[in-house]
Write a protein of this length. Structure first.
Length: 143
């Protein structure tokens, strides 16, 4: 699926340059919900702190759902979840220009078992980051 950008849109092959970081934990959602579960707020606050201390990092927020429901509805829900996380980060001082939202829906299932604990692992927003490119501008001497 194509990124829904709040920030810069990387080319599909450039998305591969983004990687997870151990410091940025997935945040999880209750079934059908858009806001993260209370127990994941600490993970979001840690992500804010890490992103503030690494201001040259760009971030992709990948939204996922479990396999319950129609594919189109899951893609929309995953997008709303990733957008909610983006708004949380922006509300805590991370520039929106550093963030791209991608909806993956039920793709990327981590757990196929239908038990609730297993399906919770699928309902998440996953962080991917990479160093932003430095734009070098060469100035010609004026004569």
């Amino acid at each position: 699926s194509a990124p829904d950008a709040a920030g810069p849109v990387p080319d599909p092959e450039r998305i591969a340059e983004f990687a997870p970081r151990e410091e940025l934990k997935d945040v999880h959602f209750a079934s059908g919900q858009i806001q993260v579960e209370r127990r994941d707020l600490a993970s979001l606050d840690a992500a804010v702190a890490w992103l503030k201390s690494n201001p040259s990092q760009l971030v992709i927020l990948e939204g996922y759902t479990d396999a319950v429901g129609a594919r189109a509805a899951n893609l929309a829900l995953a997008h709303r979840r990733a957008t909610w996380v983006m708004q949380y980060l922006v509300g805590h001082g991370i520039p929106e220009s550093r963030i791209t939202v991608v909806s993956r829906g039920e793709d990327g299932t981590r757990c196929a078992d239908r038990r609730a604990a297993c399906q919770r692992r699928n309902r998440r927003v996953h962080f991917l980051v990479r160093e932003s490119e430095t734009v070098q501008i060469s100035a010609s001497p004026s004569r």
